[in-house]
Design a protein around this ligand. Structure first.
Ligand code: ATP
Length: 503
């Protein structure tokens, strides 16, 4: 698994997807730049999300709020007081960790042990295996899963009540070791606020302390009434937004999974109080379907219902993805109640209520939100798409099986040789296709090598122009995944590509 992850990181760099930030200065920890292909993949994921959320829902509209917000926003939202992570240091290694993540990783191992038992039993019993019954009755599986649950609940209690000594006690009882050095010599657990502060204004005395937003959601809450009134929106309705968020993460490893500057794609759905559970279930299901539509395999997704609820939520679940380092949160679906709007009413002194003209009453709506990290989406798709295949002749090829709709380049046009007018015809084809698709030109090296390069870049089609093309206006089109080649008319290329890559 570690090797797979290393491959992902090096492939992302080698093929122009992701570079470490300011690399000539040895980079900056947990900050990355999207390169020429990465920026396209990221844009396509964002568009795929936006289309399915905004364009496909009559009652969802988008906004683009600023990163800077009035500082009282973050008092009201609870971030100033409560947006903390529990951190712990190892006295020997001097390394810093998130106490909750150490405990969750321990629990994930219990979960994996239970999975192993289930897999073994599946093999033993074959057809007759009843997984649900086995999970409910097998003493080992029940033992592992109950233990996991107990630990997570105890941790949640400790964090909720501010009983950090008990969180430390838990780490000691479980004999959790520093993952890097094995040492079990821990400091106390303490809270650390994740917001980045900055200043607005030139002179020292008039400057105002600001924060870089740690989530995009608050930009939506403070605009709730503006959007509702000017858009004449009726409840239930949603506001969607994509944009950067910033968190001073304690442990920022695992490549673009946890960054200090990242992008979120969020949608806040405003509902009548009392109806939030219905919509919570609806959005859980709808969002999982959206992920599955990308074809990364249903076995790589699972729900995780929260034991520990954030200060604003009455129900919360994560959609977890099987990343190269195990199942981890990809998206959160939260029922946020009326916490945020009520808090902004209190701090601003302005009413943030929906007037229902059917019943002639006003109320503060409840909110169900879906929040997915764009960079984590990128990593999920990229890491699962990268495969090393052994072909029939025993040779291997590296192929990035990106969903065609997300691929940065849809087709590469290749002249078989660099003469006889083939490059010119290839350029003519590009001139025609470029209005609708990102296409590339490649004339360097033997055709086989050019095919491999396109495979590794994730380009779904290669279109080869040869001497016959000059006579009958046909070309060879090669499919990335099957490597199948067809002879088709140049005039049909647009439709063929369109069929495969449209949303
Ligand atoms: P985690 O538990 O992994 O720190 P979180 O529960 O704090 O995440 P949320 O506040 O629910 O995350 O944020 C919503 C989404 O934003 C997450 O599901 C994740 O995809 C993304 N996200 C959060 N923090 C980061 C980060 N540091 N880097 C990249 N993406 C992030």
């Amino acid at each position: 698994q570690e090797d797979i992850f290393k491959n992902v990181v090096s492939h992302a760099k080698e093929y122009g997807y992701i570079f470490p930030s300011s690399e000539i200065y040895d980079g900056l920890s947990a900050v990355y730049d999207y390169a020429q292909n990465g920026v396209e993949l990221k844009k396509n994921i964002r568009e795929y999300w936006w289309k399915s959320m905004v364009q496909m829902h009559e009652n969802i509209v988008g906004i683009d709020a600023s990163i800077f917000m009035h500082p009282t926003t973050w008092k009201a939202s609870g971030h100033v007081d409560a947006f903390n992570d529990p951190l712990i240091d190892n006295k020997d290694s001097k390394k810093r960790y998130r106490a909750d993540v150490l405990i969750e990783d321990y629990c994930e191992k219990l979960y994996q042990k239970a999975q192993k038992e289930i897999e073994k039993a599946k093999k033993r019993f074959g057809e007759a295996f009843d997984e649900n019954q086995f999970v409910a009755t097998n003493p080992r599986v029940v033992g592992y899963l109950t233990r996991k649950q107990e630990i997570l609940e105890r941790m949640a209690r400790g964090l909720d009540n501010g009983d950090l000594a008990d969180v430390k006690a838990l780490i000691e009882e479980l004999e959790i070791a520093d993952p890097d050095t094995g040492s079990k010599n821990w400091t106390e657990v303490r809270q650390f606020n994740l917001m980045f502060g900055t200043k607005l204004g030139a002179s020292a005395d008039s400057a105002m302390d600001l924060y870089l937003r740690p989530e995009t959601a608050q930009g939506i809450f403070v605009n709730f009434l503006n959007v509702q009134k000017t858009g004449r929106m009726k409840i239930p309705f949603g506001i969607a937004q994509t944009g950067k968020a910033f968190r001073n993460e304690i442990v920022a490893r695992q490549f673009i999974f946890r960054m200090r500057e990242f992008e979120q794609m969020e949608m806040q759905f405003f509902v009548k109080p009392g109806e939030e559970m219905k919509y919570y279930e609806y959005w859980k299901e709808t969002r999982l379907k959206w992920h599955l539509s990308l074809g990364m395999g249903p076995e790589n997704y699972r729900f995780h219902d929260h034991e520990k609820l954030a200060h604003y939520a009455n129900a919360a679940a994560d959609i977890e993805f099987n990343f190269p380092f195990g199942f981890k949160e990809l998206e959160g679906i939260h029922s946020r109640t009326d916490f945020d709007l009520k808090a902004h009413e209190k701090f601003s002194g302005k009413k943030l209520q929906f007037f229902d003209n059917e019943t002639n009453t006003s109320y503060v709506p409840y909110v169900v939100e879906t929040s997915v990290g764009l960079d984590r989406m990128f990593l999920s798709v990229f890491s699962k798409s990268l495969v090393e295949e052994t072909l029939e002749d025993g040779s291997t090829r590296t192929v990035l099986r990106l969903p065609s709709v997300l691929a940065p380049t849809k087709a590469t046009i290749l002249p078989l040789v660099k003469k006889d007018g083939l490059p010119e015809l290839a350029q003519d084809i590009i001139e025609e296709l470029k209005w609708d698709f990102n296409v590339a030109y490649d004339e360097k090296d033997a055709v086989g090598r050019r095919y491999r390069r396109a495979d590794a870049l994730g380009t779904p089609f290669c279109i080869t122009v040869d001497h016959q093309s000059l006579e009958d206006k046909t070309v060879t089109i090669r499919h990335r995944d099957t490597m199948k080649q067809d002879r088709v008319a140049i005039a049909d290329l647009r439709n063929i590509i369109e069929n495969e890559v449209s949303m």
